[in-house]
Design a binder for this molecule. Structure first.
Ligand SMILES: Cc1cc2nc3c(=O)[nH]c(=O)nc-3n(C[C@H](O)[C@H](O)[C@H](O)COP(=O)(O)O)c2cc1C
Length: 245
């Protein structure tokens, strides 16, 4: 699938078919996580595939009772080893990079899952201690994200997202530009409104045109009918009066 199409059509899926997920697909998803960028390429992450049902129930409980999660045939718990990045980058490595590394790996996995026709959801609401216990995390290893994975059993509608011009500033905080349509093109709501108006006007005009064409066609039909009738009448008249054809 085209990358942007994949990004645009991905949804958080929370309903899954009661069907096992072949390991081949799970490994493909994890592989996409493995290839993500990481600060200093330290890759201080691990991906714990939870396949066992009883353990998935424990994971769902740790995720503040999000019971829908246990219906997913696979959970991937993304965990970080913050000490590894702390060694190189200090507090920033510990607090920030280790989290960001896992986040970018998780997004890679969500996109790969979607590309493979699977449903997935990022779960960030959990009791860290409970989740750590559920997947036996040792001291110093932190759970960052749980990804639920399975064959989708729902078609999720496109959630509302802010338009490009609402989330883009130029050259600094709150920096705006005058020529929004030029910079934002089709993504600009102004342009989209313009296009929408244009489309509506074309629709209205083509409706009018269709009506007019129908009327003219009707008139032509009527006049042909009338001509034919006159011809028939003339024929009849000539016949009655023995006139030549
Ligand atoms: C940091 C983070 C935490 C999230 N935590 C949860 C969660 O605990 N439970 C859940 O159902 N969805 C969770 N989500 C998914 C969001 O609800 C979802 O991404 C958002 O509603 C937008 O929908 P979309 O993913 O289909 O674009 C989380 C997403 C992120 C990025």
């Amino acid at each position: 699938m085209d990358v942007f199409k994949c990004i645009k059509t991905r949804r958080s899926v929370r309903k899954y078919l009661d069907k096992e997920l072949p390991w081949d697909l799970v490994s493909k998803v994890i592989d996409a996580g493995r290839l993500a960028p990481s600060a200093g390429n330290l890759q201080n992450w691990k991906f714990i595939a939870v396949l066992d049902k009883a353990r998935r129930i424990k994971v769902a409980e740790a995720c503040l009772q999000q019971t829908w999660m246990s219906k997913a045939p696979v959970h991937i718990v993304v965990v970080s080893e913050p000490k590894v990045s702390e060694r190189y980058y200090g507090t920033r490595g510990d607090r920030l990079y280790s989290v960001q590394n896992c986040a970018v790996a998780a997004q890679n996995m969500l996109l790969r899952a979607h590309d493979l026709g699977l449903g997935a959801c990022w779960v960030g609401a959990f009791d860290e201690r409970m989740l750590g216990k559920a997947v036996r995390l040792p001291e110093g290893v932190r759970a960052q994200i749980v990804i639920t994975l399975g064959f989708p059993a729902e078609k999720v509608a496109e959630p509302a997202k802010y338009p490009l011009e609402n989330v883009t500033y130029f050259n600094g905080w709150r920096g705006k530009i005058r020529d929004v349509p030029h910079y934002m093109g089709y993504h600009s709501i102004k342009v989209q409104h313009g296009l929408h108006k244009g489309k509506a006007a074309i629709k209205k005009q083509s409706k009018k045109l269709a009506k007019k064409t129908k009327e003219v066609a009707e008139k032509i039909k009527e006049s042909i009918k009338e001509k034919n009738k006159k011809r028939q009448d003339l024929k009849k008249f000539k016949k009655i009066h023995g006139l030549k054809k």
